[in-house]
Design a protein around this ligand. Structure first.
Ligand SMILES: Nc1ncnc2c1ncn2[C@@H]1O[C@H](COP(=O)(O)OP(=O)(O)O)[C@@H](O)[C@H]1O
Ligand SMILES: [Mg+2]
Length: 299
C-alpha cells in the first residue's frame, strides 16, 4: 500500500508535549495522587490517521480523553495544542468551543454513548441545533450524514430510538453525531471493540472513508495492532503510561524497534498463522502490564 501524502512540514493539528496526568488518589500505599501518564509526546497532522496502540491499562484512554479535557478530576501538565490553541489551562468556555468545533470523540460502547429516550435524529442534530442551525436544516444534514455512513432509509431512521438499532447501526449514529459538526480531528477510542467481526470491519472502513472524504484527521485507539494495520498512516505504541515507539505504520510492521512492540506483534493473530502454534502473550515475555508507577515524589 502506498503511504498517503501527509504534509508533516506544516504545523500539526494536534501537538501533545510532555503530557503528564494524575488522578486525585489518594494512592493506597503513598496517600498521594496517582500518576497515570508520564510524559507523552504525540503529534497529528491535518488529515492524518494515527493509531495509539497498547495493552489494556496502558493509559490510552486517559491520554485520549485528556485532549478534549473530558475528566475534570484529573490533573494535567505539559501541553496539548489543538489547532494552535492550548487546552491545558483553557477556560471551560474555550474547552467547549474546541470540543464542539475542532475535536469530536467516539467511544467503545455506542449504547452508553446514546441517550435511550431521545431519537437518533435528536442526538445527531444536537450539536448543530446548539450552534443555532434550524431543526429542519439539521435534520436534513443528519439524514445526509447517515446516508453517507451507509444507513438505509436514513430519513426514517432519524425517528428511531437507539434500542431499535443493531450495534453496528448505533456506532454509525455515534459517528454521524461526531462528524456532523465537521471536526478537524476525530478521536475514536476502541470504536469497534464492542461490535461483532463483520460490523467491526464495516465501521473501520467507514472511519477510513469518511476521513478521506471529509479530510478529518483520526486518532484511532485500540489494543489490537491488527486494527491499525490497514487503516492508519502512523502509529504510537504506548506502555505503562509512556510512548515506547512512534513509526510509520508500514515501518512498524516491517521493523518494530521496541521490544514491547515486537511482543505485541507476536501476540497479534494473523490470517496465515499456523493454528497449531499458540499465540505468544506479552506477559509470557516478561513484559507485565504494570500501569501505575508507585509515587516516589519524582514522577
Ligand atoms: N479516574 C481514574 N483514577 C485512577 N486511576 C485511573 C482512572 N482512570 C483510569 N485509571 C487507571 O489508569 C490506567 C490507564 O487506564 P486507561 O487509560 O483507561 O487504559 P487503556 O485505555 O490503555 O486500557 C489503568 O491502570 C486504570 O485503572
Ligand atoms: Mg481504554
Amino acid at each position: 500500500m502506498n503511504p498517503r501524502a501527509i504534509d508533516r512540514t506544516i504545523a500539526p493539528l494536534l501537538h501533545i508535549e510532555a503530557l503528564r496526568v494524575r488522578a486525585p488518589g489518594p494512592h493506597p500505599a503513598s496517600g498521594q495522587s496517582i500518576p497515570l501518564v508520564h510524559g507523552v509526546d504525540l503529534d497529528i497532522w491535518p488529515g492524518e490517521r494515527v493509531g495509539l496502540v497498547g495493552e489494556s491499562g496502558s493509559g490510552k484512554s486517559i491520554t485520549a480523553r485528556s485532549i478534549p479535557r473530558l475528566d475534570p478530576r484529573l490533573t494535567l501538565s505539559g501541553s496539548i495544542r489543538v489547532a494552535g490553541r492550548e487546552m491545558i489551562g483553557a477556560t471551560d468556555a474555550e474547552v467547549r468551543d474546541i470540543r464542539g468545533q475542532v475535536v469530536a470523540m467516539v467511544f467503545q460502547d455506542p449504547l452508553s454513548a446514546l441517550n435511550p429516550v431521545l431519537t437518533v435524529g435528536d442526538q445527531i442534530t444536537e450539536s448543530l441545533v446548539q450552534r443555532g442551525v434550524s431543526a429542519r436544516r439539521a435534520a436534513d444534514e443528519a439524514a445526509r450524514m447517515l446516508d453517507r455512513l451507509g444507513v438505509a432509509d436514513a430519513r426514517r431512521r432519524l425517528r428511531a430510538y437507539p434500542s431499535e438499532l443493531s450495534g453496528g447501526q448505533r456506532q454509525r449514529v455515534v459517528l454521524a453525531a461526531a462528524l456532523i459538526g465537521q471536526p478537524a480531528l476525530l478521536i475514536a477510542d476502541e470504536p469497534t471493540t464492542a461490535l461483532d467481526v463483520e460490523a467491526q470491519d464495516q465501521v473501520l472502513d467507514l472511519v477510513v472513508q469518511q476521513s478521506d472524504d471529509l479530510r478529518v484527521a483520526v486518532l484511532l485507539i485500540t489494543h489490537d495492532l491488527g486494527v491499525v494495520a490497514g487503516t492508519t498512516d502512523r502509529v504510537y505504541v504506548m506502555r505503562a503510561g509512556r510512548i515506547v515507539e512512534n513509526a510509520l505504520v508500514d515501518d512498524l510492521f516491517a521493523r518494530p524497534s521496541a521490544p514491547y512492540t515486537r511482543a505485541l506483534l507476536d501476540a497479534t493473530p494473523t490470517l496465515d498463522r499456523d493454528p497449531g502454534v499458540p499465540l505468544v502473550s506479552v506477559a509470557a515475555l516478561g513484559l507485565p502490564a504494570e500501569t501505575i508507577d508507585l509515587p516516589n515524589g519524582a514522577s
